[in-house]
Design a protein around this ligand. Structure first.
Ligand SMILES: Cc1cc2nc3c(=O)[nH]c(=O)nc-3n(C[C@H](O)[C@H](O)[C@H](O)COP(=O)(O)OP(=O)(O)OC[C@H]3O[C@@H](n4cnc5c(N)ncnc54)[C@H](O)[C@@H]3O)c2cc1C
Length: 309
């Protein structure tokens, strides 16, 4: 069966696209992927999304997004898209053994924050551990935090966090940063920032229901010696990975795999294929900007489909 529109991804971008497309009577199909609701489902309080003056828990907010899309007729499936064929129209979307066809596609597969991948990190995510200083820095007023990383984003996050935190320690596994000189200088000149060279975080200590993170274990890169640092927060700033592998290089991307969209548009290098949210955003990476571009994508799909008939 051929659909008007298949939306790949169910974070703020994909589900906003679904709300607008469903209200335009396009009967969109959403494949939610392995993380239904997207990245906000791994965090706790969201305090910067307009309309929720008391804040809202990330998973609850994404349930509301989904319900709103379903209310207008969007069909959502907890399935992952394995690959797409964009070389012919209607486009082909492969989901396991199933093959779906669509006149248009919105790609909203996000960019996952790189994590250290140990159990305590998963347990404490949203309970002192975060991958987004813009989102969660506010919760750490007068607290001591660690930032893990050595690139531009680590420098930026550490500098930003000094607005709130009493002390910021950057933990870096090497003896020099990879960040640009100007960003490094900002860090070196900031009296609230300390740097722990030659160390990596190997464990995080604390219980989610007892105040969250209390300390982190760090290991010296050369001697292997493990020590413990008390901290209230830990921010991972070791980069993001755009979820675009399944596209198999069929769309124009930058060298990291972020989809390139036309200026002031969600149009990609292939007519009828649109991209919104973090998969095409290396700058803002917020729920509201993802939702905004999700809205743009649905309006652009509607206009595109009109040209087909
Ligand atoms: C810990 C943390 C806390 C945050 N806190 C805030 C906050 O307080 N406020 C804020 O504004 N922003 C916050 N952010 C940022 C925000 O989560 C992102 O900017 C936003 O979720 C991006 O939305 P998106 O829809 O583009 O992608 P995502 O939310 O990343 O969603 C991507 C979706 O694509 C799906 N997907 C991926 N591959 C496939 C595939 N092959 N097939 C089908 N589906 C696929 C996934 O399952 C997922 O549903 C936070 C981020 C993190 C990591």
């Amino acid at each position: 069966m051929k659909h008007n529109l298949i939306i790949i991804g169910s974070g703020p971008a994909g589900l906003t696209s679904a709300i607008y497309a469903a209200r335009a009577d396009l009967k969109p199909i959403v494949f939610e992927g392995n993380q239904p609701g997207g990245q906000l489902t791994i965090t706790t309080d969201v305090e910067n999304y307009p309309g929720f003056p008391e804040g809202i828990m990330g998973p609850e907010m994404m349930d509301l997004f989904r319900k709103q899309a379903q209310r207008f007729g969007a069909e959502t499936h907890f399935k992952n898209v394995d690959s797409v064929d964009l070389s012919k129209t209607p486009f082909e979307v492969k989901v396991g053994e199933e093959i779906h066809h669509a006149d248009s596609i919105v790609i909203a597969t996000g960019a996952s924050a790189k994590l250290l991948n140990f159990e305590s990190e998963t347990k404490l995510m949203g309970h002192g551990v975060s991958a987004c200083a813009t989102c969660d820095g506010f919760f750490f007023r007068d607290k001591e935090v660690l930032v893990v990383g050595g690139g531009d984003s680590a420098m930026e996050e550490a500098t930003f966090l000094t607005k709130f935190a009493s002390k910021v320690t950057i933990v870096h596994r090497r003896t020099e940063f990879r960040a640009s000189k100007i960003m490094q200088k900002r860090v070196f000149d900031n009296p609230k920032i300390e740097i722990l060279w030659n160390h990596s975080v190997v464990d995080m200590i604390g219980e989610p229901d007892q105040g969250g993170l209390t300390s982190a274990k760090v290991k010296h890169s050369e001697t292997g010696e493990v020590s413990e640092i008390k901290c209230d927060g830990l921010f991972l700033a070791i980069g993001h990975k755009p979820n675009s592998d399944f596209l198999n290089n069929q769309l124009e991307t930058d060298d990291k795999g972020y989809i390139i969209t036309k200026a002031d548009s969600t149009a990609t290098s292939i007519n009828g294929v649109f991209a919104c949210g973090d998969i095409q955003d290396t700058v803002y990476r917020q729920a509201i900007t993802a939702a905004g571009s999700g809205c743009m994508s649905a309006i652009e799909v509607e206009r595109y489909l009109e040209t087909l008939h």
